[in-house]
Design a protein around this ligand. Sequence first.
Ligand code: ATP
Ligand code: MG
Ligand code: FE
Length: 336
Amino acid sequence: IYILAIESSCDETAAAVVKNGREVLSNIISSQIELHKLYGGVVPEIASRKHIEKINPVIREALAEAGMKLGDMDAIGVTYGPGLVGALLVGVAAAKAISYAKNIPLVGVHHIEGHISANYIENKDLEPPFLGMVVSGGHTHLVMVEDYGKYEILGKTRDDAAGEAFDKVARAIGLGYPGGPKIDKLAKEGNPRAIAFPRAHVADAPLDFSFSGLKSSVLNYINSCEMKHQKICRADVAASFQAAVVDAIVSHTILAAKTYHIDKVALAGGVASNSALRQAMKEKCEAAGLKFYYPSPILCTDNAAMIGCAAYYEYLAGTRHGLDLNAVPNLKIGQR
Ligand code: ATP
Ligand code: MG
Ligand code: FE
């Protein structure tokens, strides 16, 4: 089964050809980061316009690199939510046009289910059930993957997502957008125990997260240093903030695995690239007797290969979408 997958939910225009769900024949990503950097974050209207410009060339390149034609495809997989509505619509419209013109089945995919599925690509032995820890720009979700396409949310953030917190703190210490990778790098030169920032626990909901208190605490620290004319060690702030985020994510994951008696854990989403998070998860999972999976950085960021993988299992389960498929900006995990 060959699937052409398309992703355009945020600021990456991406297309991929995936064979039998787990073999990536091509994975083309056109990122708009350089464009949005000027504004300190993603500007939805600019993102939509850039997607329109890039979508056809990116699809053509994905097919060329795989050495295949549209007619060779068994299905078209496309992200239809969640994300920016104008951005999603570009991918959905392209997928529907191809589906109609070539009479190829259309399979709509949930972006976060795609992020989780990225783990299948390099770990051929990974099968449900397992615990998914999604840490991305807009989501911080602990998800039980009961079966292919079958998900249950065990915990999530009450306010900011992990990636959002990284980006906001990075802006506060003048690192620019996107902040995650920059904090990751700077933190390597700092002391993670220099400043005791609060951990993101929520009373009476042990598997939920809250990062807004942590973010405020970092901002307060910076302000009070400035008022006292104390020099701020940005590397220490980065390292201490990162340690607080990593601590919360790792401890929640281990707690969920123990509570639900599951011995496999998979990290997913853009923040899954974070080196301190990967390291801490590896150590803590090993100590707890859990098997730990994580995707390569290129499969953590927004990409279409992960969408092709998720689309494959949806295709096998019989999911087909019609030409009335619409973009759903607030699509829920598990919704069809
Ligand atoms: P969502 O997937 O929730 O819809 P998104 O698609 O915008 O949101 P992703 O592309 O999955 O998010 O991830 C982007 C986020 O990951 C950004 O917030 C970015 O700062 C963060 N990020 C990327 N690399 C790192 C890193 N090494 N350390 C920490 N954060 C990182
Ligand atoms: Mg992005
Ligand atoms: Fe994403």
